[in-house]
Design a protein around this ligand. Structure first.
Ligand code: SAM
Length: 209
């Protein structure tokens, strides 16, 4: 059992309210629309499903990928309870993400219109590889967004966040996205003390064909 399997038991109770305003800010900037296909890369317990699933509606689809069975079970319970019928969940590593992993869920020849990775890349030493894997599955003209906690000078709370999330919030997790896309934007939003730093919202668009 991984740490995130254990964390799934108290993840929502401890973090859902804290990050909700940033999830809403992310959804707004993603300019979601009915019918879109969205990848929730490292979906965890599915908190982002609350803003993604209703926005793309019954003709759209949200595919959540996560490594942890415990996290995915919680996401499944959330989707069922809230009646999110356009959500599909896949267990796998973002470091091995490809079309084959998503084959039953992503129609052949179809990529994602939007991809969101929320509080995931800081927990991945290989965030650049993960970013490229997600990027490769984007449709031309599609947008990828990375939202994460970040600080340049870490304090006590930052260390606590790193310990709890098995992360390092000093990582410049937007580095690969910055080189891949066009119209790269990096925003730094002020966050409550508990976050351990700021919230960064990084996004870039894949050039249209
Ligand atoms: C801090 S949680 C964030 C979950 C969710 N995105 C959210 O906003 O609440 C980090 C998530 O990344 C997942 N994760 C870590 N390494 C991963 C990997 N290599 N591939 C897929 N998911 C991974 C963990 O299982 C966990 O669910």
């Amino acid at each position: 059992m991984s740490w995130y399997d254990v964390f799934s038991n108290f993840y929502d109770g401890s973090l859902e309210r804290l990050y909700l305003p940033f999830r809403e800010a992310a959804a707004e900037r993603l300019a979601l629309a009915p019918g879109q296909y969205v990848l929730d890369a490292g979906c965890g317990t599915g908190q982002s499903l609350d803003v993604l699933s209703p926005a793309v509606g019954p003709s759209g689809r949200v595919i959540g990928v996560d490594l942890s069975r415990g996290m995915l079970d919680a996401a499944k319970r959330r989707a069922t309870t809230k009646g999110f019928t356009n959500v599909e969940l896949v267990q796998g590593s973002l470091l091995a993400l490809d079309r084959r992993m998503l084959a039953p869920h992503l129609p052949a020849g179809r990529g994602f219109d939007r991809a969101l990775s929320f509080l995931v890349m800081s927990a991945l030493p290989e965030w650049e590889t993960a970013t490229r894997r997600v990027w490769d599955l984007l449709e031309p003209g599609g947008t990828m967004m990375i939202v994460d906690a970040n600080t340049e000078s870490i304090g006590l709370q930052g260390h606590l966040v790193n310990l709890t999330a098995r992360a390092d919030i000093r990582r410049r997790v937007w580095s690969a996205l910055e080189t891949l896309g066009e119209d790269f934007v990096l925003e730094r939003l002020q966050a409550p003390y508990s976050v351990g730093g700021d919230i960064i919202v990084a996004r870039a668009r894949k050039p249209a064909r």
